[in-house]
Ligand binder design. Structure first.
Ligand SMILES: [Zn+2]
Length: 310
């Protein structure tokens, strides 16, 4: 099994310059450099130029950036350009040729650098938007110079961005059939592999075993890590796994979180997709990439495809 190396949101190329985040003089100089580029993000969206096959983010020089919480994204070592993000409303109307777009839509259309910058910026902006006060005493916090920490002016405590680990796993049976399930909250034909958040004090492998058992009553073994992708909607890190279900187990879904779940051979999966009985998650998701890794080739269909005519 080869590692997953095509994850859309795991492609960032810029140097994050973590050592510069506390250097106010360096940050101030970078912000006054007209060659610096700023990505404005709002509610998980940024402006981009988009066609059928490509997308490119719209950056502005610091002098044109709106007021808002600012954070250092890093430097592209290929050309030395420093990138910042700013959490602020997007211009309305957008400049000609651009429109707001989110990672789910353009994550696979962006180049490596832009995919990484938008993922990083959305994750930080989401954190700033929702973590505005000190959890100890409720005082409004103040962002640090690089925007990667906030400080309480009353008790001096420092607070750092949060990431919620989640596991997502493709389970196979002894015939190498894969387990796909429909979440009760999803419309009709959408199916995916199982997933869930890691509990406090739990390992990722333990979470895989627990979540599969909770959702289908299948007990899995041989849990293997296959790769990870940030999913800042709003703050997850998706940890991908494969796991095996020994023979002789019946699927029993909880019917609250999971409405139905079935084993699919490769042939059955392709037939069900072509008959439009099921639809797979989009290519931007780690779920889709893990399913295609098991299948052995790209698959047609996404959740956005129109249903079959009846
Ligand atoms: Zn405080």
């Amino acid at each position: 099994m080869t590692p997953l190396d095509t994850l859309a949101l795991s492609r960032g190329t810029v140097d994050r310059l973590t050592e510069k985040r506390a250097e106010r003089a360096w940050l101030d100089a970078a912000w006054t450099d007209p060659g610096t580029r700023v990505l404005v993000v709002s509610d998980g969206q940024a402006l981009a130029r988009i066609d059928d096959e490509h997308a490119a983010l719209r950056f502005v020089p610091p002098a044109e950036a709106p007021a808002g919480t600012r954070f250092l994204l890093g430097r592209d070592d290929a050309d030395g350009v420093v990138y910042f993000g700013v959490s602020a409303p997007l211009p309305d109307p957008p400049p000609p040729g651009t429109r707001p777009a989110a990672l789910r839509e353009i994550g696979t259309l962006l180049g490596d650098r832009d995919a990484g910058l938008l993922t990083h910026a959305v994750a930080l902006a989401n954190w700033h938007d929702t973590h505005t006060h000190c959890p100890v005493d409720g005082t409004p916090t103040v962002p640090g110079p690089g925007g990667h920490v906030t400080v309480c002016p009353k008790d001096g405590t420092e607070h750092f961005p949060r990431t919620d680990p989640a596991v997502i796993m493709l389970v196979t049976d002894p015939d190498d059939r894969c387990l796909l399930a429909r979440n009760a909250a999803w419309p009709g034909r959408r199916v995916s592999i199982l997933a869930g958040f890691v509990d406090p004090g739990e390992s990722a492998e333990q979470a895989v075993i627990r979540e599969v058992a909770e959702e289908t009553q299948i007990k899995v073994t041989n849990v293997r890590y296959v790769g990870s992708q940030p999913w800042p909607m709003p703050r997850s890190l998706m940890l991908g796994f494969r796991a095996e279900a020994p023979a002789g187990q019946a699927i029993v879904v909880d019917r609250e979180e999971i409405a139905e779940a079935y084993w699919f051979s490769r042939d059955e999966l392709l037939a069900a997709i072509r008959a439009r009985e099921i639809a797979l998650p989009p290519p931007v998701s780690i779920a889709r990439q893990i399913i295609e890794q098991w299948y052995g080739a790209p698959l047609p269909s996404t959740w956005s495809d129109p249903p079959a005519r009846r």
